[in-house]
Ligand binder design. Sequence first.
Ligand code: ADP
Ligand code: GLC
Length: 469
Amino acid sequence: MNIFHLSMECFPVAKVGGLADVVGALPKYQNKFEGIRASVVMPWYNKPFVHNHDFEPVFNGFIHQGPNMLSVHVMKERSSVLGFDLYLVHIPGLLDRDNPYGYRDESYQFLAFQHAVLHWLTAMKIRPDVLHCHDYHTGLVPFMLQHCPEFSPLQGVKTIGTIHNGEYQGQMRWEMLDFFPWIDGTADLRILDWDGWINPLATMIKCCHAFNAVSGGYLEELFQSFKGLESLVRQEHAKAYGIINGIDTEVWDPATDDYLDVNYSTENAREGKWMNKVEICREYGLNPELPLVGFIGRFAGEKGADLLPDIIWQSIQQTYGALNIIVLGSGEKHTEHRLAELAAHYSNFALDLGYKEYLSHQIYASADFLLMPSRVEPCGLNQMYAMRYGTIPVVRYTGGLRDTVQDISSGGAGLNFGQASAEDAVHALKRAAHIYHDQELMNHLIQVNMNFNFSWHQSAENYLNLYRN
Ligand code: ADP
Ligand code: GLC
């Protein structure tokens, strides 16, 4: 079975968040199954990975986007070092950017990528068994396959859509239709419509053969709350699935992780974590004797990052300074400013504003607890990385977090709280601070968390079964 994953991100080529981790791991694990050939197709960005690896050109051509003619070059990474074939679509002047997102003409970018991929496959007579589209950026592919005559040789190719984040749907104005590949005159254009906009995520759900959310818990929530697409997902429920993400246990392994000061496994977890903690506390001026709570992530409403300032000062006040908090992330400016003010005031709180892959690994390893006050969490990978590194997750009970973290009180090895509010989070952190002083319980929780099996193997197989169905 020949599978092409279409995505805007893929670790380690270009990463903004969990989408990259998933697309960098799932195909690798799928390729471990006999008879499976999974590849990744993504844009060529101006990124170190691209410059440091060897590529061979596999296609040169051009597409028309409205009045513009765009040249398209597809390049294949020569060594398959990632465990799958990696194809980069180079469109000079449009896709060759520093980052996947954040540009005013994003819609043109995503449209051109989808158009170029289908143009390349058609021209080279490559007919995959499955086109696996990740998020709305590639959500128009199933529509294009069905309704753009240029790609008719690809008709019947199966399409799967994965919803990593239903908060973003890629709505665009109807004028953008002029920049689509040529659409068959008999096509019903209402397929593209949701609430008066072209909605790529809604179109994906309508046109793909099957779609999935990245956890069963999140899928359930989408039926109730999906930024206006609730009725659509209910209507299309027969082809809706929930498949939880895994983690790449080869990349995320405290026993071999090069970013850590000290490597450790279940055998010496307590000492290993302690040595990493001492180092990070020294660097950030924190007292290692106190429980260390970490937060890593984008400062966005979904992540509850705006709650952090209140959570931090209230938990420090209410425990009389008996815990430390370290935050790594960036995003909404208001949150950044408030956190910077707090960091200047409280010696129990350390802040690193930015995106630092190495520091994220160090925090997973050295923290005692990882806080996730998410309002929406389709799956969440942070809690799984934390658990693999023996760090106890303290999470709001939502989406993928409720599928992966069980509270100690119901036999699990994490802490749950109900509302995305500072009060609930602070209450959970006070429980954490209390648990920290029970050595025996801590040892037990560290062991249980580290022994959890979050490997991709099972989920990769679930995707293969979905394709086969
Ligand atoms: P999302 O994709 O919604 O941001 P996930 O939990 O799925 O959330 O994945 C987030 C990924 O991004 C994890 O690999 C996490 O370690 C990483 N990450 C988030 N923020 C940062 C940061 N500031 N520095 C380094 N890594 C980060
Ligand atoms: C999205 C979600 C996150 C999920 C990730 C990978 O970014 O916000 O919860 O883990 O995709 O599927």
